[in-house]
Design a protein around this ligand. Structure first.
Ligand code: SF4
Ligand code: SF4
Length: 343
């Protein structure tokens, strides 16, 4: 916790330092994935499952995470599909001893069942990617045959029985809004609300830019208005009202890429962000993030002045926390109110 406070002020105080003090580390455990979601895309519009990278053995993964822990209180384990990492349970069982405050694990959920005990022992926030409850549409989108959504929903039911035991505290449903699924997302949110899951919605990005068909799209706009109203009445919607407004309007924001650090499967650190795909150094060879930042700056230049882009949870969310901290007051109040309700 204290690192988060220190790192926040390292960004917030005038004359921001040349250090790299992230509020969140994001580790891409593997790029492998069996799914073929049509919107799957890194910052250069390559689907993750087409990226080639070796995976590290579990002891090296844990060493990498140990180095991230020295810099940061919170980590996201993601992919690709992290369940495709061959020795996942070994990594998960080693994670608690590293002492992260918050471990987030993102998954499509399809192959989760045999790993649930290990996940519940290490992960605080379990994030399922889901964009519709329509079985036909979902199965067609995933590309792994009929019955995929049914299996995922069964695994979500199973995961729910673990919430409150071990480390697991919350299930989050993360959805991508595309021009094709806007009609399904209110129903998905209503289902989340009934089940007590948090609902996180982001626009589809094609590379770094939002799908142009979402801009000035009335249904997209109205969907976010609906979520904003839900949020204001205490509904389980992820993000502050200001964040949701930026998502709705696909508004430009002043990015703060050094609030996160994104790390490739083999330990390469993306400078200044995953989206630009530039690796500045390997954390297993150079443990000092400030040094890696300096190497990145020497090789790729200073932080770029980006156009209107990257309305993603990390890039937009952390930038707003820094640029407009008062916008977080309703979010803090919302969380406190929910915590009191739970208590
Ligand atoms: S589940 Fe995730 S990584 Fe796999 S294809 Fe879909 S978006 Fe890409
Ligand atoms: S807006 Fe931020 S996250 Fe996106 S490319 Fe620019 S620096 Fe990277």
């Amino acid at each position: 916790m204290w690192r988060s406070v220190r790192n926040y002020f390292s960004h917030a105080l005038p004359g921001a330092s040349r250090r790299w003090d992230p509020l969140l580390a994001v580790y891409y455990l593997t790029y492998a994935c069996d799914f073929r979601c049509p919107y799957c895309s890194d910052g250069a519009q390559n689907p993750y499952y087409e990226l080639r990278a070796k995976v590290l053995p579990p002891d090296r993964v844990l060493e990498l995470l140990r180095r991230l822990r020295r810099a940061c209180d919170n980590v996201v384990i993601t992919g690709g599909e992290p369940l495709k990492y061959p020795q996942l349970d070994q990594v998960l069982r080693g994670l608690p001893s590293l002492g992260f405050d918050g471990v987030v694990f993102t998954t499509n959920g399809h192959d989760l069942a045999p790993h649930l005990e290990a996940v519940a022992g290490a992960v605080r926030y379990l994030v399922f990617s889901l964009d519709t409850l329509d079985h036909e549409r979902a199965d067609a989108c995933f590309g792994v045959g009929q019955g995929a959504l049914a299996r995922i929903l069964t695994n979500i039911d199973r995961a729910e029985t673990w919430v409150g035991s071990g480390a697991l505290r919350e299930i989050i449903i993360s959805a991508v809004a595309t021009p094709d699924n806007l009609d399904d997302l209110r129903g998905l949110y209503a289902w989340c609300k009934r089940r007590g899951f948090r609902f996180a919605l982001c626009p589809q990005l094609q590379g770094v830019h939002p799908n142009a068909a979402l801009r000035d799209n009335q249904a997209y706009h109205e969907l976010f208005d609906y979520l904003l109203a839900e949020k204001r009445s205490g509904g389980p919607v992820n993000g502050s009202p200001k964040y949701l407004e930026y998502m709705r309007d696909l508004r430009k924001f002043a990015c703060r890429p050094f609030t996160t650090v994104a790390v490739a499967p083999e330990g390469g650190v993306f400078y200044p962000c995953l989206e630009l795909g530039q690796e500045a150094g390997n954390l297993l060879e150079e443990p000092d993030l400030a040094r890696i930042r300096a190497l990145g700056e020497a090789r790729f230049g200073p932080q770029p002045r980006c156009d209107n882009r990257c309305q993603s949870a990390c890039a937009l969310g952390f930038s707003l926390i820094l640029n407009d901290p008062l916008s977080m007051v309703p979010e803090v109040w919302h969380n406190a109110r929910n915590a009191l309700k739970l208590g």
